[in-house]
Ligand binder design. Structure first.
Ligand SMILES: Nc1ncnc2c1ncn2[C@@H]1O[C@H](COP(=O)(O)OP(=O)(O)OP(=O)(O)O)[C@@H](O)[C@H]1O
Ligand SMILES: [Mg+2]
Length: 526
């Protein structure tokens, strides 16, 4: 369907066909391809209106993500402008049971019927094209709408007007796009609209905003030239509707079966873990996947600045901090207050999206009172993480550091070894899993070796396995046997692709209610 020559007229029989067929019949031409590029791959975004083309420059081999959207001719553009004004004035708010898109699609024919005169001489296909652009620009994400529609895109970043938007693509990594904002004014207006979509406010007085867009995408903004001399810029971290689970992480080799089985035993025994790593290393994803191993009946309260954690289960309360209003930050509800109040809601687990400041102290206090805890923190390694915890502004007394039982380092690795093994070039990995024992010694239980892409496992040095054995009142050997059984179970789940959050919850429920026969069943089906 893509990039074929344009046919000017449609025949009489074609006129009665559904619009999509008509569009195919017309084979509407998209944008012109830039010179000296070859197509690596193309796939539909919102067919038949927009497609993604991955192009490669023939000499430099540089990749370009080319958004190929149907174009409007001059007459269609004029009508688009007129109808946009009409719609902005006449569109009613959605009804209770409607989404904004459903509401738009219901009202659109009624509104254009009232303004038939505007559409004089325009074909059915023309109307469909105009409707596509109106929906894209009024309800959707305008210029970046096609990028938002691509599930392979993780991040979208714009560092100013007249500069190409960059993105992080799951397959091609950092790629430049052909999408850009043509002027500072257009970009500022767009960002203002994004912030409103997120129900927040941006102005010269408050030029930095972190917010959540509908669909839970994370938005970070610098507005105008207050803190960014080159003008407005923004970044969107796209949200996965269907979050990655522990089984996904096994399947995509972020972790081994052993690491997963070990973490499962830790979570089951309410040991706390902190996930550390650099920006975009996969900390929040790891946190979410590990939290998915919590007993489905236990109560979880999550505490974040921006809603990213996604645990689609019943006994979960998500809390989000609130920025203050006005110059004095009146009404501010920081993470600190949320963690303090979470304890009063009798959670089994307190999960803090990311700790940075004094809220770390309250988290440790809650660990001291027997709550399970999970959090992430920006840090290179366990030693640096502990140092940061004990220094201002966190100020955790070093005596209570062992309340954080496990530190997991995650990394976005680009090891040549991965290429040699015929796999993709970059991967997220849990590169180290370490325990903190009662005398604050760090014991590395799993260390990933980049040259072989395998883990060195030192479970014989595991302090937490000893503690599990004490908790269970069973010999240490039993804990090792249980570890092996958990590996079998995880292997089975990965094998039969029981992977979504709901499927894992359902399985855990069954398992915790009747571990013996659930395991037996799996063992026999091997
Ligand atoms: N193990 C993984 N496998 C595949 N994709 C992953 C994995 N971990 C993270 N990702 C993807 O990488 C992106 C960044 O992940 P995530 O938000 O977890 O990173 P982060 O370390 O929390 O980032 P930040 O420092 O910005 O908070 C997301 O789009 C996520 O879907
Ligand atoms: Mg994060």
């Amino acid at each position: 369907m893509f990039r074929l020559s344009k046919k000017e007229k449609i025949t009489k029989e074609e006129e009665n066909k559904p619009v999509e067929d008509l569009m195919n019949a017309l084979k509407i031409e998209g944008q012109r391809l830039p010179e000296n590029y070859e197509v690596v791959e193309n796939y539909p975004l919102k067919p038949p209106f927009s497609y993604a083309l991955i192009l490669r420059e023939k000499d430099t081999k540089e990749l370009l993500y080319f958004v190929d959207e149907i174009s409007l001719d001059r007459r269609e553009q004029e009508i688009y402008m007129k109808l946009k004004e009409v719609l902005e004035a006449e569109l009613q708010a959605p009804e209770d049971d409607e989404t904004p898109v459903q509401s738009f699609r219901r009202q659109f024919p009624e509104i254009i019927a009232k303004h038939r005169d505007v559409l004089k001489d325009i074909s059915q296909v023309g109307i469909k094209k105009i409707e596509f652009y109106l929906e894209r620009d009024i309800l959707g994400y305008g210029r970046i709408d096609p990028l938002m529609a691509d599930p392979l895109i993780e991040d979208i970043s714009c560092s100013g007007a007249n500069k190409p938007i960059y993105l992080w693509h799951r397959k091609y990594e950092n790629v430049k796009t052909n999408v850009f904002f043509g002027s500072e004014e257009e970009l500022d207006d767009f960002v203002m609209r994004l912030v409103h979509k997120a129900g927040r406010h941006v102005s010269i007085a408050f030029p930095m905003v972190d917010a959540t867009l509908p669909g839970k995408h994370r938005l970070a903004i610098y507005y105008r030239k207050e803190v960014t001399p080159l003008g407005t810029s923004f970044t969107i971290r796209k949200f996965r509707e269907d979050p990655l689970t522990i089984i996904d992480l096994i399947q995509n080799e972020t972790i081994s079966l052993e690491v997963a089985a070990y973490l499962w035993l830790l979570v089951e025994n309410k040991f706390s873990s902190m996930i550390i790593g650099a920006t975009g290393a996969g900390k929040t994803t790891a946190l979410n996947a590990i939290a998915g191993l919590i007993h489905p009946q236990q109560k979880i309260i999550t505490i974040e600045e921006v809603a990213e954690i996604n645990l689609p289960r019943e006994n979960w309360v998500s809390t989000i901090s609130r920025a203050g209003f006005g110059m004095e930050d009146k009404g501010e509800i920081p993470l600190f207050d949320l963690i303090k109040s979470a304890v009063r809601h009798r959670p089994d687990w307190i999960i803090v999206g990311e700790i940075r400041g004094e809220e770390a102290y309250v988290l440790f206090q809650s660990l001291a009172t027997g709550h399970g805890g999970l959090c992430t923190m920006h840090a290179e390694d366990a030693e640096t993480a502990i140092k940061r915890l004990t220094q201002p502004p966190m100020n955790i007394p070093s005596t209570i550091i062992p309340l954080m039982n496990c530190i997991i380092s995650v990394k976005h690795v680009k090891a040549p070894a991965l290429v040699e093994f015929g796999r993709s070039f970059s991967k997220r990995k849990f590169v180290k899993v370490s325990e903190i024992d009662s005398s604050r010694r760090i014991r590395d239980v799993f260390v990933w070796d980049s040259s072989t892409d395998t883990y060195k496992m030192e479970l014989s040095d595991s302090y937490l396995f000893e503690r599990i054995s004490e908790k269970w009142n069973l010999p240490l050997e039993y804990v090792y046997e249980e570890f092996e059984r958990r590996k079998d179970i995880l292997y089975y789940l990965a094998e039969v692709n029981i992977r979504s959050c709901h499927e894992i919850d359902e399985f855990l429920n069954k398992f915790y209610n009747d571990p013996k026969s659930t395991y037996q069943h799996i063992f026999e089906s091997r």
